[in-house]
Design a protein around this ligand. Structure first.
Ligand code: SF4
Length: 342
């Protein structure tokens, strides 16, 4: 997981590509251009010269060769573009849930992309994921947990030795301090066990709400929304919320979905952000939810060019985890290489 701060909230984010389904039908790009840069507006105009705010008269279906951009993609769907401007609450809820359902079909094997075998490993890995990739964390933690398998072991570690192991993750001195402090708190205050309650988790050094929800959702099976950098970017592109504060985004998006969907929703959104809806060059022309996206046209709309932007497991790209779940491997995903191997 990639994060924005190495301090209190030490969280997560990540990458791979293409859709199981048909890439995009063309959506009302110009509408989505509102509030964009001049370049984005120009790109959107070129991609879909529709009148601002006006619904598309006829949804354009992605060209067949665009559909073929992604292995295992289903036939193109002709979904009428939606108009977020003035969209009712009911319509927003329906559109948001439909996007999640579509993503669930594209990434049925979505999972947390940090390798872990127990809650202790997950909370440490999540703390380490600040300002780096999940891949780099996954390549680093095997050595860490081999030497310090329990909170007690890490609490008693010599900092310089931990720093050497954590060096590849960046900010290794601060992270060493965090994980040793975290381990001491677990040992002294929680009997060496990671607590399963939000209010306890956020008291741990280096653990904020995002890290806490990652742990609750994935190690304890308790619903949580992970508002990382991908999540923030995508929900704003989809106009699920205009909020910019992570806690407010969490509340606003949480209100659109049943609680039981929160953890999987987080995975779906983050996976889409890593594989198709990238920060700088979203692959709109190969995006399976383009008909539902008001930001269609913000990225490359040409199917062939968009296809080249994909980072998709079905295209043979390695994932973030050295030990991914079997469902991911069954779907054609490849494990990430160990440190030093690539
Ligand atoms: S902005 Fe993202 S979600 Fe929207 S169509 Fe482009 S790639 Fe897809």
């Amino acid at each position: 997981m990639k994060k924005s701060s190495a301090s209190k909230e030490t969280a997560a984010s990540r990458k791979a590509v293409a859709g199981k389904k048909t890439p995009a039908t063309k959506a009302p790009a110009k509408k989505a251009a509102a509030g964009k840069t001049a370049a984005q507006k120009a790109a959107a105009k070129k991609a879909a010269p529709l009148k601002r705010q006006a619904p598309a008269k006829k949804p354009a279906v992605a060209p067949k060769k665009a559909a073929a951009a992604v292995k295992g993609v289903a036939p193109a769907k002709t979904v009428a573009p939606t108009s977020p401007r003035g969209e009712s609450r009911t319509a927003l809820v329906r559109r948001a849930r439909r996007i999640d359902r579509e993503l669930a079909e594209v990434y049925p094997y979505a999972h947390p992309e940090l390798d872990f075998e127990n809650p202790f490993q997950l909370v440490v890995a999540t703390v380490l994921s600040a300002q780096t990739t999940d891949l780099r964390v996954n390549q680093t933690t095997p050595a860490l947990f081999a030497k310090y398998p329990t909170p007690e072991d890490l609490a008693a570690a010599v900092p310089e030795e931990v720093e050497e192991i954590l060096r590849p993750t960046g900010f290794f001195r601060a992270k060493t301090k965090s994980v040793i402090g975290l381990s001491k708190a677990l040992t002294e205050d929680f009997g060496g066990e990671v607590p399963g309650r939000l209010e306890d988790l956020v008291k741990l050094p280096g653990v904020g709400r995002k890290t806490a929800f990652v742990v609750l959702g994935n190690a304890f099976g308790r619903p949580g929304i992970t508002v990382d950098t991908h999540f923030q970017r995508l929900v704003r592109r989809w106009r699920w919320t205009e909020e910019t504060d992570p806690d407010k985004i969490e509340a606003a998006v949480g209100a659109l979905f049943p609680k039981s969907d929160w953890t999987d929703l987080s995975h779906h959104v983050i996976w889409h952000g890593r594989r198709i809806c990238h920060a700088r060059k979203p692959a709109c022309g190969a995006c399976p939810i383009a008909p539902l996206c008001p930001a269609y046209g913000e990225g490359e709309t040409d199917p062939e060019k968009a296809k080249k932007l994909l980072k998709y497991e079905k295209g043979g790209f390695p994932g973030q985890r050295l030990k991914p779940p079997q469902s991911y491997l069954d779907a054609g995903g490849k494990p990430a290489p160990p440190l030093g191997a690539g």
